[in-house]
Design a protein around this ligand. Structure first.
Ligand SMILES: CC(C)(COP(=O)(O)OP(=O)(O)OC[C@H]1O[C@@H](n2cnc3c(N)ncnc32)[C@H](O)[C@@H]1OP(=O)(O)O)[C@@H](O)C(=O)NCCC(=O)NCCS
Length: 140
């Protein structure tokens, strides 16, 4: 992900998430040297994601596929790439959070070997009140 990708990334983010990250958050992730990637063809961003890498584990903070490009395998490719990056950094596990209501993401993560390791109460804003986050992880 380059600074020049951010206008497309933010546009997709706004289409895909109820509480989208603002552009500054992506900019801060780039500046902080996080593992930020886009899948793109002919200058068009199909998917993107952000992962932070700690001493013993990596944490996927954002994964998103452009709504009209979903269900074409981009989410799976991006996740596989993140696991490869985590492996190259010799961390032991990859973690992420997901809304229990996000069936598509849950199926993707489960099919790639992630299992639930905990819950964060009222982690996400929901249409009414808040929604828990499932914390999922897999060994690298
Ligand atoms: C979740 C998301 C990243 C999946 O990406 P994708 O490119 O559409 O998914 P893929 O085509 O790689 O599909 C991989 C698997 O995920 C599951 N899946 C994906 N979309 C699904 C859907 N709409 N319903 C049910 N399962 C789905 C399936 O198990 C699928 O495998 P299959 O095609 O062999 O059945 C995408 O839907 C997305 O960006 N959603 C909005 C943002 C978001 O929720 N991000 C995750 C936050 S935790």
């Amino acid at each position: 992900m380059l600074t020049s990708d951010l206008s497309q990334v933010v546009q997709i983010e706004q289409q895909a998430f109820p509480s989208p990250w603002p552009q500054e958050v992506f900019g801060d992730c780039l500046k902080a040297g996080m593992s930020c990637w886009v899948l793109a063809h002919n200058g068009l961003v199909d998917a993107y994601g952000v992962m932070s890498i700690e001493m013993t584990h990596a944490h996927i903070l954002n994964v998103c596929v452009r709504p009209d490009a979903q269900r074409h395998g981009f989410g799976r490719r991006l996740l596989a790439h993140f696991i490869g990056v985590a492996r190259a950094h010799r961390v032991k596990t990859v973690r992420l959070e997901v809304r229990p209501s996000n069936t598509a993401a849950l199926r993707l993560y489960t099919s790639m070997g992630f299992t639930e390791i905990g819950r964060r109460k009222a982690y996400y804003r929901a249409a009414q009140g808040h929604e828990d986050a499932l914390v999922m992880a897999r060994r690298v």
